[in-house]
Design a protein around this ligand. Structure first.
Ligand code: GDP
Length: 727
């Protein structure tokens, strides 16, 4: 217990009345609709939006509206007075009357290509609502999102949505959570009816029924009644209460004691215990409803308040003192030194560059200076903002536990700590996976090249899983990201936000060349047609070098066959030819070369002539040295439920992969393999369809190995069609 309140007297909503939550789910489970309904009931939007009309508030990116998926996590702030409480005459509900809370909602995406978005939002959440489809139950992607929430230790409540749909089955969904997610999940609300007969919910803790009217759009959905539990459900409701108390008493000593002593467990006591366990991630309370039909949404928000942690209910954030391993605790306290984490960059069409940040300690007001330990730079905060529904609202100050946006600051990237200059601490940034796919892009009109580079640069600042760079060998601009859809969205944003249309190429592989045996080569560059001539002549020997040793070139000239001042030019020529490649035009690796002999001309010799001689000598030698083409090999790790193992192994074999090991880990199979990068394009899509989205993979570069003959032939055919090499 702290002796003094961590709350500043100036803040409107205390820390205890603050919730930072995410709505996480499989795509299509209904999290956009649920968020939309929450914003509606909290009074932030006046016309209720439907995803299908493309006018929802959180889907504020154009392409999201078109695609109907939430790609970018938008942080929205809303306020909630426990309304069930107000409407009900019942004493239990009256107890909560007029307790108003501030809820910051971060909408997390459900698509596998956007795991970075999920990861970064999980990092700043205190709790999450996991939305499941009442018909499909636990879908594959929900498993991934669930694992991420577990990784970041995010307490959860589960909302079984779509109870109105044909085939909706609450018990099946609950069972799925227990078996597939191994969740200690127990209902706190049971459905009354299902499918088109879904009317409302039974509040198990209070043993009451909450029944909604027919929720059409005109009717604002506030018309629920708190009633006695229907006769036919009474037994089930009592059993569920007993099961809930049992489940809680298994984990909570206070309740276990009451049970042992046979003392009454009042709803208030039970709720407090459920809250304790939920905050410790030892219990998942399960609710149900239909966001679309506006049934169960108010009780969902009530449960967010009742069971999900406030910033004070979770362990304080930890950081390190820059340059040391010293761990620094960041206490959730308004009077402590300011410390926050920038978790999302966004270029807003109206407000410009926004940096969304989560305050862990202290407070910040307009005009204050913040310090970035990464850049060691200070910046003045000229504008602060929160997103409320579709509105951007300027605010003067933020306090610990808040989520808000900084406007107009330049040198900040995702994951930066922003703090008081006297509080030199770096919070652990979220971790992001390496990009797995890349492709070449070029502007449709040449004049747009600079604009395109700038756009790609800006997008890569916003999105840590998106990279762009120039391929030194081909001069092409390459973009790399988490999957085809990811890059497709980038291209789309380039067009919409930066007005650059791009042509995209098929993904390019960086092949390499080397040699397999020793050889000699001679190069002559002799021109004597009028005026001053050219004379360069060099003899060299080459040998394969040890793998990974790179290029080694030596001067072995004796007796001044080539004057010293020209030997350097020969070596330059050899190096240049090695960079451009000989066999198929790819950079060569792991070769040793020696300049052994040559001749010169008193008048006509010059550097250029000897450089050309070096190039020719190397080319001739390589042709005789059994040149081969190498390809990048990736180390691939696939994690899958057992049942897809066979299909995934077959697929890896077809991709010229070698299986290195098959292990069992936490109920899943882990396949380790090495696979040529050239065969890995499209793998994200393939693995998704082979495993119904349930397997995941990661890969990293391992080494370069010789390509098989068939591949070599294809590469050589393509190389032959390319314009002549640079020399
Ligand atoms: P998200 O991809 O998880 O954000 O899901 P959306 O909110 O976009 O919903 C996906 C689809 O399911 C849309 O067509 C919604 O109208 C529909 N939907 C969402 N909630 C419900 C619900 O409670 N009942 C029914 N019948 N449909 C719903």
């Amino acid at each position: 217990m702290q002796d003094k309140s961590p709350n500043s007297p100036n803040r409107q909503y205390t820390l205890e009345r603050t919730r930072n939550i995410g709505i996480a789910a499989h795509i299509d489970a209904g999290k956009t609709t649920t968020t939309e309904r929450i914003l509606f009931y909290t009074g932030l939007i006046h016309k209720i939006g439907d995803v299908d009309d493309g006018n929802t508030v959180t889907d504020w990116m154009e392409q999201e509206k078109e695609r109907g998926i939430t790609i970018t996590s938008a942080a929205v702030t809303c306020f909630w007075t426990q309304k069930c409480a107000k409407a009900g005459e019942d004493q239990i509900y009256k107890a909560f009357k007029d307790v108003s809370h501030r809820i910051n909602i971060i909408d997390t995406p459900g698509h596998v290509d956007f795991t970075a978005e999920v990861e970064r939002s999980m990092r700043v959440l205190d709790g999450a609502v996991a939305v499941f489809c009442g018909v499909a139950g636990v879908q594959p992607q929900s498993e991934t999102v669930w694992r991420q929430a577990t990784k970041y230790k995010v307490p959860r409540i589960a909302f079984v949505n779509k109870m109105d749909r044909t085939g909706a089955n609450f018990d099946n969904a609950l069972n799925d959570m227990r078996t597939k997610l191994k969740a200690y999940a127990f209902p706190i609300f049971l459905p009354i009816g299902a499918e088109d007969k879904f009317e409302g919910v039974v509040d198990i803790v209070n043993q009451k029924a909450i029944v909604w009217g027919p929720g059409d759009i005109a009717n604002e959905g506030l018309n629920y009644e708190i009633k006695d539990i229907p006769e036919e459900l009474k037994g089930k409701a009592q059993d569920a209460l007993k099961e809930l108390i049992d489940a809680v008493s298994n984990k909570d000593d206070a309740i276990a004691e009451l049970v042992l002593e046979d003392k009454p467990i009042t709803p208030t006591i039970l709720k407090a215990a459920i809250r304790r366990l939920t905050c410790k991630i030892e219990l998942i309370p399960v609710l149900c409803g239909s966001a679309f039909k506006k049934k169960g949404v108010q009780v969902l928000v009530d449960s967010v308040i009742d069971y999900l942690p406030s910033p004070l209910d979770i362990p304080p954030a930890e950081g390190t003192e820059p340059g040391t391993d010293n761990v620094v605790k960041v206490d959730t306290d308004d009077s402590a030194k300011f410390c926050s984490l920038a978790f999302k960059l966004w270029t807003d069409p109206y407000a410009g560059k926004l940096v969304f940040f989560r305050v862990y300690s202290g407070h910040l007001k307009k005009g204050d200076t913040i310090y970035n330990p990464r850049t060691r730079k200070r910046e003045r905060v000229s504008r602060l903002m929160v997103i409320q529904g579709s509105e951007r609202k300027d605010i003067d100050s933020v306090y610990s536990g808040d989520i808000a946006a900084l406007v107009g600051l330049r040198n900040i990237t995702t994951g930066d700590t922003l703090c008081d200059e006297n509080f030199d601490v770096t919070l652990e940034p979220p971790t992001f996976p390496e990009p797995v796919i890349s492709m070449a892009v070029e502007p449709k009109t040449k004049a747009d090249r600079d604009k395109m580079s700038e756009g790609l640069q800006r997008l890569s600042e916003e999105d840590p899983t998106f990279r762009c760079f120039t391929n030194e060998e081909t001069g092409q601009l390459i973009i790399a990201g988490m999957g085809e859809l990811h890059l497709e969205i980038i291209i789309d944003r380039l067009k919409r936000e930066f007005k650059v249309e791009a042509n995209v190429g098929a993904p390019q592989i960086a092949y390499r060349e080397t040699i397999t045996k020793d050889a000699e080569g001679e190069g002559k560059f002799i021109r004597q047609s009028g005026g001053r001539g050219q004379y360069g002549h060099a003899c060299i020997t080459i040998q394969p070098n040890e793998k990974g040793k790179g290029i080694e070139i030596e001067n072995k000239i004796v007796g001044g066959a080539i004057p010293k001042e020209y030997v350097g030019a020969v070596i330059d020529g050899i190096e240049e030819a090695i960079r451009s490649g000989v066999h198929a035009g790819y950079q060569m690796i792991d070769i040793k070369a020696q300049v052994v002999d040559g001749s010169f001309h008193e008048v006509d010799s010059n550097e250029l002539a000897f450089k050309m001689a070096g190039i020719f000598a190397l080319k001739e030698a390589v042709k005789k040295a059994g040149p081969i083409i190498l390809e990048p090999i990736m180390k691939v790790e696939v994690t899958t439920p057992d049942e897809y193992q066979g299909d995934l192994l077959g697929d890896i074999n077809r991709r010229r992969g070698t299986i290195l090991g098959i292990d069992a880990k936490a109920g899943q199979t882990v396949l380790n393999a090495q696979v040529p990068l050239a065969e890995m394009f499209g793998y994200a899509t393939a693995i998704r369809s082979l495993s119904k989205g349930r397997a995941s993979y990661s890969m990293e570069p391992l080494n370069f190995e010789q390509v098989p003959n068939s591949v070599e032939k294809a590469i050589l055919d393509t190389a032959a069609k390319r314009p002549a090499a640079r020399t």
